[in-house]
Design a protein around this ligand. Sequence first.
Ligand code: CA
Length: 485
Amino acid sequence: MKQNCPNILFIMSDDHAAHAMSCYGSRINRTPNLDRIAEEGMRFDNCFCTNSICTPSRASILSGTYNHINGVTTLATMMDNTLLMFPKLLQGAGYRTAVFGKWHLGQGARHCPAGFDDWAVLPGQGYYHNPTFAFKDPGGGEKRTVQGYVTDIITDMCLDWLENRNQGQPFCLLCHHKAPHRPWYSDDKHAHLFLNEVVPEPETLFDNYQNRAKAAEAATMRVGVHMNEMDLKCEVPDKMSEEDLRRWGYQRYIKDYLRVVQSVDDNVGRLLDYLEENGLAENTLVVYTSDQGFFLGDHGWYDKRFMYEESLRMPLVMRYPREVKPGMVNDDIVLNVDFPALFLDFAGVPIPDTFQGRSFRPLLQGSTPPDWREAMYYRYWMNRAHHNVAAHYGIRTNSHKLIYYYYDGCGQKGTEDACCGGSGDVMELDKLEPEWELFDLEKDPRELKNVVGDPAYAGVFHELRDELHRLQAELGDTRYSKDTD
Ligand code: CA
């Protein structure tokens, strides 16, 4: 290990959309502690996940590989912990490593955290109040209930671990919050927030999905319409128009979501304070991100999965005073698969050839390599389950996005499970023929106008489709059988 390797504090929340952080220009909340990281470091405006759901994105973040390589394509595919993951390599290089909080990559000896000196994780999704944790033991985790609120407890665990660590080693600490994942149960401290306020609605709350692939209309994740009593914390009124349901449901859930976010922000502040009070701020790389984005009423939706911007984008702010100037903003394309290469780069550990991401340390230093990527590949493998969202893949460049909905689970585990959300008629996805969507992100940043049939975009379409297929081949994925030139 090189001398003076930085400590790494990687804070990841669950389903926290960038547009619910004030440093990203949120219209609906303030996050002063998350903003501190951005103000004292760098904000990334185009950090994307390669599959917008919890388990797959987490597998990519740890292993540096896409889901067709690491096998964690859906929520039903647990991660094999014998895979090569960056914490193991850091541990082998002399780092003290730990993870506390949400894991969601499986349980038991084969799926529990590996490569960590210490850990305590929530089994499955975990609970907001008085959660059970699995604590490190040879059998894959001894379960005990801990009294309190989950975001506070995870932070307490991190602070205790920092306080009692071996100071002769650099540390890599993963603080993985459950919040603000559904079902958004607030703590008492923040329960009063937004009580008598009307939270501003997103521009696309009343999206009617016209001129889009059928996938958009088919999805059973409309705010108010497809939410259950757990989401809304009350009975769902009948005899309300869809527009009124969306408007009402939005106010119901977004306030809970933001209350839960506020606790994350407070607790990030506690960790930042600890670093500063203990002389660790200068030599610790602090990262705040989320496993993917989330629809905050955008397109009339909650949840994620789609390759649309709000779900695709991960918030990412980083601070490391030794190399990163304060107040920097970067708009290069950075991906969840890049984190392992970045951390190994900082630790002076060689990056395995099998890792598919790239260290973005030069971006943090303010210079973009001339051969930095100009397009990213995305694939959502599930089909139908959950929320009746269609399987799709696509490519996003700095100016356009091309999506291919193929409406087929391709035999992936858990893909065809019953969809949830609402009752009544649900569009049968596997009876649909594949469709393309093309968006001009400069003219249509809200992705409301699919221009795939527009002759003016024929050249762009062919160029992007070729690039999509090239990226697929380069990354070792296979294209869908009906996706032919
Ligand atoms: Ca998530």
